[in-house]
Design a protein around this ligand. Structure first.
Ligand SMILES: Cc1cc2nc3c(=O)[nH]c(=O)nc-3n(C[C@H](O)[C@H](O)[C@H](O)COP(=O)(O)OP(=O)(O)OC[C@H]3O[C@@H](n4cnc5c(N)ncnc54)[C@H](O)[C@@H]3O)c2cc1C
Length: 381
């Protein structure tokens, strides 16, 4: 067994780390305070090829393997999780859905602007009435002549108001559950298709999350992805990669929290010693670092399985649930190590703590990941 990264994987990880150190961290704090989307910084991700990370170079992508991609996501999220989620939702959800499932003509039309970063992408599965139970979605698409007409809405969609291209799941067949769902490509400016005002969120203030609204939205017939009724299957295949990316987000956030805890422990004194000299806090940071390494290995294993073309859903769920819970634990304990200083906005740990919570909710909550894991375990009993 080889635990070493290849030279290419190391160099792409280092490029992401350098970018995060130069452009994110403290530099993003003002955007977070103002709840402002950092357009300039996100544009630079396109210049680095990070907005077409896993797409083939035939469509302008960087053609990275999943191990490299997970390393990039974790480094960006270590710098700032808002920029991280903007990047990976664009890649793993919208762009990858098109790359995996669309026709050649659709790929030629929609992928190059996405992979170059000329436009950002959003992906709409969740609705106000259905999140974990995603197959219960109620947005309807009706075929009328040469157009589909969509009615309904999507909730909590990353890049919804800054994105120009969206992949959206809607019910086309008169049957309950996933079998009645199809997937469509929508563009901002199509009649009847709008994005709502961005939500005010607990964390990830510099990322864009909003509703997508369809009021007799007219979508050309050729924008159906794949065949009718396969949209939910397509979405499930997209979620496998999305969960690997979310586990990378957890790894990056946990690492950022530990970075901050280590820094503070060396500078803060109490009872004539630095915090770093207290056994209780040493044990805390040692446990966090051990949990982080375990999370990283689960993330890399899931990415490796995906790169090998083997089923990765089970491994992705394990990586996602473990990494997100380590992120939350590391953020909570790192904040505790800061004492009162952790509770004010002057120190980055406050932002990291708020951002960490999303990892336990997005891409399927921790409870849903456990259901996915248990279902597969119990099938073989
Ligand atoms: C910042 C942010 C960004 C997001 N980005 C996107 C995006 O880009 N695209 C997209 O489609 N969605 C996105 N989401 C939505 C996200 O995927 C959902 O919020 C998530 O899947 C949970 O769904 P829900 O919020 O409806 O919670 P619910 O499904 O209502 O769940 C509520 C609670 O019940 C629990 N629960 C539900 N069912 C079960 C069960 N069977 N067993 C045990 N417990 C259960 C859940 O774990 C949770 O604790 C985003 C959400 C946020 C907050």
């Amino acid at each position: 067994m080889d635990f070493d990264l290849t030279p290419d994987q190391r160099s792409i990880r280092d490029a992401a780390r350098q970018f995060a150190e130069a452009e994110l961290g403290d530099r993003i704090a003002p955007y977070d305070e103002r709840h402002e989307f950092p357009h300039e910084i996100v544009r630079k991700l396109g210049d680095l090829g990070f907005l077409g990370a896993v797409v083939s170079p035939d469509y302008g992508g960087a053609g990275l393997d999943y191990v490299s991609y997970a390393l990039v996501v974790s480094e960006l999220c270590r710098g700032d999780a808002s920029v991280g989620i903007t990047m990976w939702a664009h890649n793993s959800l919208c762009t990858n859905h098109i790359a995996l499932n669309a026709s050649e003509e659709q790929k030629r039309k929609y992928l190059p602007p996405l992979t170059s970063g000329q436009v950002l992408g959003a992906w709409g599965l969740t609705e106000p009435g259905s999140g974990s139970d995603a197959a219960a979605l109620r947005t309807r698409a009706e075929l009328r002549g040469d157009h589909w007409v969509l009615n309904g809405s999507k909730a909590f969609i990353t890049n919804a108001s800054v994105g120009k291209t969206a992949v959206v799941m809607a019910r086309t067949e008169p049957v309950e559950g996933g079998r009645g769902v199809s997937a469509f490509i929508l563009e901002q400016g199509m009649p009847g298709f709008t994005a709502g005002k961005p939500y005010r969120k607990l964390g990830l203030h510099a990322s864009d999350t909003a509703e997508l609204v369809f009021e007799d939205a007219r979508v050309p017939v050729e924008n159906l992805i794949g065949t009718r009724g396969t949209g939910f299957q397509q979405a499930k295949s997209v979620l496998e990669g999305g969960r690997i990316a979310m586990s990378a987000m957890g790894v990056g956030i946990a690492e950022a929290a530990i970075d901050q805890a280590k820094k503070y422990m060396k500078q803060r004194t109490a009872f004539g010693r630095t915090l770093a000299e207290f056994n209780g806090l040493q044990g805390m940071i040692a446990d966090l670092a051990t949990g982080l390494e375990a999370a990283r290995l689960l993330m890399l294993r899931a990415a490796y399985l995906k790169d090998s073309g083997k089923p990765a859903m089970h491994a992705a769920a394990m990586a996602k649930v473990f990494s997100s819970e380590i992120a939350m634990k590391a953020a909570t304990q790192a904040l505790q190590i800061h004492g009162g200083a952790g509770y004010i906005t002057e120190f980055p740990i406050e932002r990291i703590f708020r951002d960490a919570k999303l990892t336990e909710i997005g891409e399927g909550t921790s409870e849903i990941q456990r259901l996915v894991i248990a279902r597969e375990l119990l099938q073989s009993v």
